[in-house]
Design a protein around this ligand. Structure first.
Ligand SMILES: Nc1ncnc2c1ncn2[C@@H]1O[C@H](COP(=O)(O)OP(=O)(O)OP(=O)(O)O)[C@@H](O)[C@H]1O
Ligand SMILES: [Mg+2]
Length: 334
């Protein structure tokens, strides 16, 4: 389907009302329920939220890489340059994946093949997307890509196998492969959580540098709000498969609206230290996706929950331009 008229001219990628279900032994669960997001050209969007809230499922839906046959996209549209990715034949998706939209994962070994050398794998990316390029040129391009992501002595690294490299180096190789075709969008799903702190900072700096040099758009998924504050322009906070709040990074940190976002921010060490208090935590746990309450999914843990919150699903309310919150506390009718 081609989009007749684009509402948001700035957005390179727009996810509308995405619903993704998984069939599990216990029954069907709705892991993502009505997620909406926009990614502007050249900007960095952070997605935050607790483990299991649907960050990776959202990313994998965009890539059309959800595990089959357990998962199913029940509804929604994913617009990339006026094309709904969910309607594309899979062969066409192959030409977009890696070339126009790339993804890097928390654990590079999920993307790297243990039985092939680094050189073979990076050259493979060029072979796949630029079959007309000769082998000599591909070898040079592969080497240049490794150099670009800060790999010293790329000739030597080309001959190595993934298990012979450190975690940080493997992550750099994966980034090199993801960036080889100069994609319009890079989706980085927890790209640094498996790495130690210094290497984490180096990898994030690298992504940021490539992003600003090439005006690439980035979706950065992380449970670390500090990483979002430092690296993103906009942020989406997810809770139990839904978007709780979305805003530019400044307003979100200065004026968080959703009680869940406030809870998340209050549990950041630096903030609590300034207030000289113990770190508060959000009490209770995320409800099971198998047994979701009616109404707001956060109501059971929310200090402000009202009876309405247990009845009706809160709509996304525009508080200020670009700052939306899905919470009954902000409903005009109150
Ligand atoms: N292969 C699967 N089979 C069944 N359910 C799944 C599967 N993958 C994900 N889910 C369900 O989807 C929900 C969202 O998963 P997702 O991987 O998107 O979480 P996440 O926000 O990325 O968490 P994390 O921060 O731990 O990576 C999970 O809570 C789980 O119930
Ligand atoms: Mg995840």
């Amino acid at each position: 389907m081609i989009r007749a008229q684009k509402e948001n001219k700035e957005a390179l990628l727009e996810v509308e009302d995405l619903v993704v279900a998984f069939d599990t032994e216990q029954g069907r669960i709705c892991a993502v329920d009505g997620v909406e997001l926009e990614l502007a050209k050249g900007s960095v969007l952070g997605i935050a939220g607790e483990s299991g809230c649907g960050k990776s499922v959202t990313a994998l839906s965009i890539m059309r890489l959800l595990p089959k046959p357990v998962s199913r996209i029940m509804g929604g549209r994913i617009w990339f340059k006026d094309q709904n990715l969910l309607d594309l034949p899979i062969e066409q998706m192959h030409t977009i994946r890696g070339k126009k939209i790339s993804m890097i994962f928390q654990e590079p070994m999920t993307a790297l093949n243990p039985v092939h050398s680094v050189g073979h794998q990076i050259m493979e990316v060029f072979h796949l997307h630029f079959p007309q390029m000769g082998s000599q040129k591909i070898r040079i391009a592969g080497k240049e890509m490794l150099e670009k992501v800060g790999i010293p002595d790329p000739d030597k690294v080309m001959k190595k196998f993934p298990h012979q490299l450190s975690g940080g180096m493997r992550q750099r190789v994966m980034i090199a492969m993801a960036l080889a075709c100069e994609p319009d969008i890079l989706i980085a799903d927890e790209p640094t959580t498996a790495l130690d702190v210094t290497v984490q900072a180096q990898i994030l700096d690298l992504i940021k540098k490539v992003q600003s040099d090439s005006a690439m758009s980035v979706i950065l998924i992380t449970h670390d709000l500090g990483v979002i504050a430092e690296n993103c322009d906009k942020v989406l906070v997810m809770y139990a498969g839904r978007v709780a709040e979305k805003a530019d990074v400044g307003p979100l940190f200065q004026n968080p609206l959703h009680p869940y976002t406030r809870g998340l921010l209050d549990s950041i060490p630096s903030r609590a230290k300034k207030a000289k208090t113990l770190l508060p935590t959000i009490t209770g746990g995320v409800p099971s996706l198998l047994n979701m309450p009616d109404g707001c999914r956060f109501a059971g843990r929310c200090p402000h929950a009202m009876s309405l919150c247990r009845r009706g699903v809160p709509e996304m309310i525009q508080h200020e331009s670009g700052h939306g919150v899905a919470c009954h506390l902000y409903a005009k009718a109150l």
